[in-house]
Design a binder for this molecule. Structure first.
Ligand code: CO
Length: 615
């Protein structure tokens, strides 16, 4: 077959973003990228995904690099291939909604510094969470790629996906991505979905993004291309497979065998791969060498492996690892109750933790996290299916539900953020945006940067590597999940503070901290105090429902929920037990005078008496 008669299919290279985020805990340095950028640029890819996702946070937190500078440096070399980033809609790169002024300015600066294609998505597929980001990309001259986050449920039908795509088409998107973050899209479903999209939106270029987690993505890509998708996401082979994208070289050959031309040259790909093969020895955390190549469990229960390991560690903290099968059975039920959200951060954590609580508490929804409350009240966006009325009321726990676009409730934030940073630490406007997204991380980086040359503190990622080498361990490097959890903690703390109208003191927020690195000696210090009972007062006990930390108030600087000796009513929230990075309000078990037994800030064990109520 002659080349010019072939149908064209393009490939986006994810090696510089998703692939090393999925396999190397996002530890690639800018110098690593610059060592090969010219060759990647000359290979003939459709675009290079090289920014966004966890790269921004990790750059500052672990690598002590300026992510904006990374973008400028890549752009200076890659003059032929468009650069692409992943943008989480109104959440930008984090897990809470940011005000519109921050979204717009972030996009403007990204465009100015060289970003071309913005893949804009929302975990709930709520178009209202996409509209500001898409409008901003269009305003500043970028290519706005809309996104459908793929999941399965009775409401995630082809018809509904087509409706979502049309809503995004009306917002002016230039192309559409199907984002199969869990690797659960089968070839058959892809053929049907892409076919329907091509029919309904004949002019819309369609791109497919998937992960090899369950082993299906390569077969699915071929089916999607046959149905009309024009571009697929791949990583160079050394950086592919496992939880990363399908291998580029293999997909090129598969597609060519079926009469498609990718415009990529295997000899050039081989050179690029050789570079990453060498780099792997230096940058791949030793722990990931143990990962199974295929997580077949996903095919059975559609729960991504990363989520199961989170559930496992949450249960381990509660000495309840044996309850994992019950939690795995509960999870789909909780997800259904909550309107079938796609299981992607942050909804994966909200549904996951709520499922754990539903099992451990012994009575479903007797304990509801504040995140579940806000989720069910509409603060994350519209749930894919409505939550049943009576249950919704219960989950909201008195929180007023909203029906507006969540970001409409936010006041502009840029000016305040600019005032919060010590002026001597700001070098450029982009620093204010970095601070808006990751306040403590950015300040930590700015302070490091301000140290005199030659007298700077060591780079955290270097320290990590030396420790691993010295100990010869395979302890995992703190990964994107850790950063995600920290983000959720912070977002949660901010929400709590916003509810109480108090200023957030992030430095004092315990639950927002990144989990201790397993590389640090005693990193998992979790000494649970043995229950002390010195002449306990008599009455109805209030027991800790979980292992955790006991608090009298619901946040730093906030008043006690109930004063010692106060009269309380049965069902009143009287104190907090923080567990699994979430604050769980504890209710009075009876009406009467309450006497607290546990001390504010103390570790408590499940079943321990934390207060007594005398009736
Ligand atoms: Co991905």
């Amino acid at each position: 077959m002659k080349k010019d008669t072939l149908k064209k299919v393009r490939i986006t290279d994810t090696t510089l973003r998703d692939a090393h985020q999925s396999l190397w805990a996002t530890r690639m340095r800018t110098d690593d990228i610059l060592g090969i950028a010219e060759k990647i640029d000359a290979a003939g890819y459709y675009s290079l995904e090289c920014w966004g996702g966890a790269t921004f946070d990790v750059c500052m937190r672990f690598l002590r690099e300026n992510p904006w500078e990374r973008l400028r440096q890549i752009k200076a070399v890659c003059k032929n291939t468009p650069l692409q980033m992943l943008l989480r809609g109104q959440n930008i790169l984090g897990y809470k909604h940011y005000p519109d002024d921050i979204v717009e300015r972030f996009v403007a600066l990204a465009c100015e510094n060289g970003m071309d294609i913005f893949r804009v998505f929302d975990a709930l597929n709520d178009p209202r969470n996409l509209e500001k980001a898409i409008a901003s990309v269009k305003k500043y001259g970028g290519h706005a790629q809309g996104t459908i986050c793929y999941t399965t449920s009775p409401v995630h039908t082809v018809e509904n996906y087509v409706k979502l795509a049309k809503e995004q088409e009306a917002m002016g998107i230039d192309s559409l991505a199907i984002k199969d973050m869990a690797g659960i899209l089968t070839p058959g479903a892809a053929r049907e979905l892409v076919g329907a999209l091509v029919k309904a939106l004949p002019e819309m270029p369609i791109q497919i993004h998937s992960h090899m987690t369950s082993g299906m993505a390569a077969a699915m890509y071929l089916a999607a291309v046959e149905a009309g998708a024009g571009c697929v996401d791949c990583a160079i082979s050394t950086m592919s497979s496992f939880s990363s994208q399908p291998p580029c070289e293999s997909i090129v050959t598969i597609l060519e065998s079926e009469g498609y031309d990718t415009g990529l040259d295997q000899a050039k790909l081989a050179e690029i791969n050789a570079y990453f093969k060498e780099l792997k020895a230096k940058r791949q955390p030793a722990s990931t060498a143990k990962v199974e190549p295929v997580d077949a469990g996903v095919l059975v229960h559609a729960i991504p492996g990363g989520m199961i390991s989170n559930l496992r560690s949450q249960l381990a903290q509660q000495d309840a690892l044996d309850r994992l099968p019950e939690v795995l059975a509960e999870l789909p039920k909780t997800r259904a109750d909550m309107g079938y959200p796609p299981l992607v951060t942050p909804t994966s954590q909200i549904v996951g933790v709520q499922s754990v609580l539903n099992v451990l508490s012994g009575k479903r929804y007797s304990m509801v996290t504040d995140e579940t409350k806000r989720y069910s009240a509409g603060y994350y966006g519209r749930t894919p299916a409505p939550i049943e009325k009576k249950l919704a009321k219960k989950l909201q726990g008195g929180l007023k539900p909203i029906t507006c676009r969540p970001a409409d409730l936010l006041k502009p934030g840029l000016a305040d953020a600019a005032r919060e940073i010590p002026p001597k630490l700001i070098q450029a406007e982009e620093d204010i945006l970095s601070y808006c997204l990751f306040p403590e991380v950015a300040l930590g980086y700015f302070k490091w940067r301000a140290q005199p040359e030659g007298a700077k503190d060591p780079i955290p990622a270097d320290v990590e590597m030396q420790k691993t080498e010295a100990a010869g361990t395979t302890a995992p490097a703190p990964d994107a999940e850790t950063a995600k959890f920290a983000q959720i903690g912070r977002a949660f703390a901010a929400l709590m503070a916003a509810c109480g109208g108090t200023k957030v003191d992030l430095s004092a927020v315990k639950l927002g901290e990144a989990a201790p690195s397993p590389l640090q000696a005693g990193g998992s210090d979790k000494s649970v105090a043995s229950p002390k009972k010195e002449e306990a007062p008599t009455g109805t006990p209030v027991l800790a429902p979980l292992n955790g930390t006991f608090y009298r108030s619901s946040g730093p600087g906030k008043p006690e929920l109930a004063a010692d000796g106060a009269s309380v009513k049965a069902g009143d929230a009287v104190c907090i037990v923080e567990a699994m990075k979430l604050f769980n309000p504890i209710k009075a078990t009876a009406s009467g005078k309450i006497t607290f037994v546990a001390k504010h800030g103390a570790a408590v064990a499940k079943g321990e008496t934390i207060a007594v109520i005398a009736g």
